[in-house]
Design a protein around this ligand. Sequence first.
Ligand code: TYD
Length: 131
Amino acid sequence: MNVELIQLQKHGDHRGSLVALEDQKQIPFAVRRLYYMFDCDDARRGEHAHHQLRQMVIAIRGSCSFSLDDGKEKTEVLLDNPAIGLMVEPMVWHEMSNFSEDCVLLALADAHYDESDYIRNYQEFLRHATK
Ligand code: TYD
């Protein structure tokens, strides 16, 4: 399946690096919410899809594996670069695993938290995805 990885401009000099994100520019939507995960260790997270939500995720520290499944094809991406954003579009089942101890995974989302937008059952996801 088509995976969109967005290269974020890194402003670097002898003092270090800086990435700036502005919505509807580097982030291809208007950001309504951000959240971040850390201390995940050997957990498996995600394991859901969204009906409507668009998100971009960035491993701002450390690394994790991100698996994406559109109901037809699956793919796995290693997120290990704070200057790469991975787009997670609606109706994509996603799972995160293999978190490094120091991993901080930032998600930017185009809507507020809404449990009714989640599909948390894989069989139900497949029924929607293959319609
Ligand atoms: P959960 O959906 O299980 O996280 P993940 O997809 O990473 O496995 O969310 C964990 C808890 O956090 C759950 O009680 C819902 C809550 N939560 C919010 O309150 N707001 C949010 O924006 C998110 C993403 C989760």
